[in-house]
Ligand binder design. Structure first.
Ligand code: R5P
Length: 296
C-alpha cells in the first residue's frame, strides 16, 4: 500500500525526520483562519496509508485542525489514517478528581479512536490507566518509550557517580529505564501536589547524595515547579550539581529561564514537543515502532 506522512507547519522538522527514517514522502498541510477564527485545512491527495503527524501540546485549536485533516485525507482517498502524536494531550485527567469535572482522557481518547485507524505516541501521561489501548479503544495504540533514546543520548555524557532522581513514585519506570542501560543509581521521591505550581516533595531519607552529580528524570516538564522543588532538596542534601531530562518539554521560555537561574543545567528533552531544550530526536524510535506494528 502506498503511504505518506502529512504534517502541519509547526513540527515540520520532526515530521520530515520521521518521514525520512521511514523512507516516505512528506506533505505539509495548508491551514488558514477565516476572519471569525474558524480553520480551513487542505491536504495533499493521498491514496493508501496516511500518517498524520502532530504533537498535541497546547492542544485545543490543534485538535480541531487534526479532525478536519483526517476527514480531508479520507475524502481524498486515504484508506487508513494513522495519528502519530509524539505528545498526546489530555491524558492527566483520567478520573474526575472532584464532582462535575470532565474525564478528559476518556473524551479525547474516544474522539481519537473514532477518527483514526491507529495511534502512535510517546510516553503518554497514563498514571492510573494500565495501557494505552484503554484510552483509544478498538484501534491499535502504540506507546513508544523514550527511555532507550534518552539513555543512548546520555551515554558517555554523565559521570559514573551520577544519581538519577525521579520526583515521585510514578516516575519510577522512566527513571529505572534510563538508569539501567547506563548502570547508574536511581532513586525516587514522594510528591504531593497542592496546586498547578505548588508541589511538596520528600526524597528518601537514606539517599546518599553528598558531593554527587544528580540528574532529574521525568516524563514531562510543564511549569517546571516539580524540578525547582526537587533541585532545592538535592542541593540541601549536598548534591554537587543538578541537571534534568524529560521526555516532553512543555515549559515556556520564561519557565526554562527560571530553571536555569536556579542552577538546573542542562535541561534536556526529546523533540516530541518543539522547544528550546528539545535536542534528543525521537524519529528513529518512532519509525521502528511504526514498522514493527505493521502500520505501513
Ligand atoms: C506529574 O505527574 C508529572 O510526571 C510531572 O512531574 C509534572 O507534570 C511536571 O509538572 P510541572 O513541571 O508543572 O511541575
Amino acid at each position: 500500500m502506498t503511504a505518506a506522512l502529512h504534517h502541519f507547519a509547526e513540527g515540520a522538522t520532526q515530521a520530515r525526520q520521521l518521514a525520512e527514517a521511514l523512507g516516505l514522502p512528506s506533505h505539509e498541510i495548508a491551514t488558514r483562519r477565516f476572519p471569525d477564527g474558524e480553520a480551513l485545512v487542505q491536504v495533499a491527495p493521498q491514496p493508501g496509508t496516511a500518517l498524520l503527524f502532530r504533537a498535541l501540546d497546547r492542544p485545543d485549536a490543534k485538535l480541531v485542525e487534526l479532525l478536519l485533516a483526517a476527514s480531508a485525507l479520507r475524502d481524498s482517498g486515504a484508506e487508513r489514517v494513522v495519528l502519530v502524536a509524539p505528545y498526546l494531550a489530555y491524558m492527566r485527567q483520567d478520573i474526575a478528581f472532584a464532582p462535575g469535572q470532565a474525564v478528559s482522557q476518556r473524551v479525547i481518547g474516544t474522539l481519537i479512536a473514532v477518527t483514526f485507524d491507529a495511534l502512535v505516541t510517546v510516553d503518554p501521561h497514563l498514571h492510573r490507566t494500565p495501557h494505552l489501548s484503554l484510552v483509544a479503544p478498538g484501534i491499535p495504540a502504540i506507546n513508544v518509550s523514550a527511555a532507550p533514546t534518552i539513555a543512548a543520548a546520555l551515554a558517555g555524557q554523565v559521570a559514573p557517580d551520577t544519581v538519577l532522581v525521579g520526583p515521585d513514585e510514578e516516575s519510577l519506570p522512566w527513571v529505572q529505564a534510563v538508569a539501567a542501560p547506563l548502570g547508574l543509581h536511581a532513586i525516587v521521591g514522594h510528591k504531593v501536589r497542592h496546586g498547578d505550581r505548588d508541589v511538596r516533595i520528600a526524597l528518601p531519607e537514606d539517599a546518599d547524595l553528598a558531593g554527587r552529580p544528580t540528574l532529574l528524570v521525568d516524563d514531562l516538564i510543564s511549569s517546571g515547579g516539580t524540578l525547582l522543588t526537587c533541585a532545592e532538596l538535592l542541593r540541601a542534601a549536598g548534591a554537587s550539581s543538578v541537571a534534568a531530562v524529560a521526555t516532553h518539554c512543555l515549559a515556556s521560555d520564561e519557565d526554562l529561564a527560571r530553571l536555569s537561574a536556579h542552577g538546573i543545567a542542562p535541561v534536556m528533552a526529546t523533540d516530541t514537543v518543539p522547544c528550546a531544550s528539545a535536542a534528543i530526536a525521537m524519529a528513529s524510535a518512532l519509525a521502528e515502532a511504526i514498522r514493527a506494528a505493521g502500520l505501513l
